[in-house]
Design a protein around this ligand. Sequence first.
Ligand SMILES: NC(=O)c1ccc[n+]([C@@H]2O[C@H](COP(=O)([O-])OP(=O)(O)OC[C@H]3O[C@@H](n4cnc5c(N)ncnc54)[C@H](O)[C@@H]3O)[C@@H](O)[C@H]2O)c1
Ligand SMILES: [Zn+2]
Ligand SMILES: [Zn+2]
Length: 344
Amino acid sequence: MKAIVKTTAEPGAEVADVDIPTPGPRDALIRIEAASVCGTDLDIVRNWDAAAATWGSKLPMILGHECSATVVEIGDEVDEVSVGDVVVVETHIFCGECAACLNDARHNCLRMAIPGVSRDGVFAEYAVIPARSLYVVAPGVDPGLAALYEAAGVAAHATQRAGDVTGATVAVTGAGPVGLFLVAQLAAAGAGDIAVFEPEPTRRARAAELGATAFGPEESEPFLEFVRAHGKVAGADLAFDVSGAPPAYGLLFQALGKDSRLVSIGHMSTPLPVNISKDLNLRVLDWKGTFGRHIWSSWDIVDSLVRSGKLDLASFVVDELSLDELPGRLDEIGRLPGKVLVRP
Ligand SMILES: NC(=O)c1ccc[n+]([C@@H]2O[C@H](COP(=O)([O-])OP(=O)(O)OC[C@H]3O[C@@H](n4cnc5c(N)ncnc54)[C@H](O)[C@@H]3O)[C@@H](O)[C@H]2O)c1
Ligand SMILES: [Zn+2]
Ligand SMILES: [Zn+2]
């Protein structure tokens, strides 16, 4: 089968012909309907050593982690899915047996594996995935677009972490695909005014289309005035960082009101200095992190938004590529105002 494989630690990846993998007793062999490209894939292509240091990843490895697929074969012990089911892969492959898994925190499994990061991934015609890590998509949902459940589910988990968003004035830094999914879900959940701060003009335009008021790099003062004018106590009631950029926190700590909430989604590779008294204590800030999707409630949220028409996945697709086209297009993908689907 055709797959995109990383063979050396140097930046880059190539299309290769590899064997179709064989499922074990608790696995499913899935035929990929569509994969979607995420910033993590781009990081791994460019900076293999960092990924390998974090995850113990080994070369060669098939890249890609977000996908939808059809089950074509199952192992003898599988009862979670059937041949013919359309499924999406929960990329935090959990063991089901560790302390995290037994305490409703499978997204934080202590023995987690991630396709395309620590084991063979889904930029391929077929993949083998443990059946327990597959979410069956309801009939009627487009089998290709379902690949976007995974990234949309990150935003869903962040809204779960935030609690009630009804009527809240929200500040968001970063309108990449995850930030855009977040804006759409905040609007659908009845949030009040949503202010987005994002350097990339096409991403700002898309955030505005989804109901936010968008501000660019020269507009930090208008951004702050906006949330102070609309928020309950001298600033935004709620904020999300979806950039992972250290300067975004400087802005959010000015934007947040008293007794407010902050959810960090963006990953940051460097430590961030924080003024605990001023930014956290005196504000009585409720600051949370989030990782992956809560299994399976975040998936159910996305599924119900999609099926009720409140989340139009098709509108988030900015391009569709074949596996052959993908390696040559990786550089531009990180700036596009939505997701790129790969159809093997
Ligand atoms: N917590 C999780 O489980 C989880 C899951 C998926 C992705 N992530 C992380 O979430 C972040 C967003 O993911 P994405 O796929 O949308 O990535 P992305 O890189 O496409 O989006 C980040 C956006 O932030 C913008 N940005 C850069 N500097 C900024 C600043 N100072 N202020 C405001 N915006 C700024 C960029 O222009 C970009 O549009 C990334 O850091 C990613 O690694 C976290
Ligand atoms: Zn991803
Ligand atoms: Zn586990």
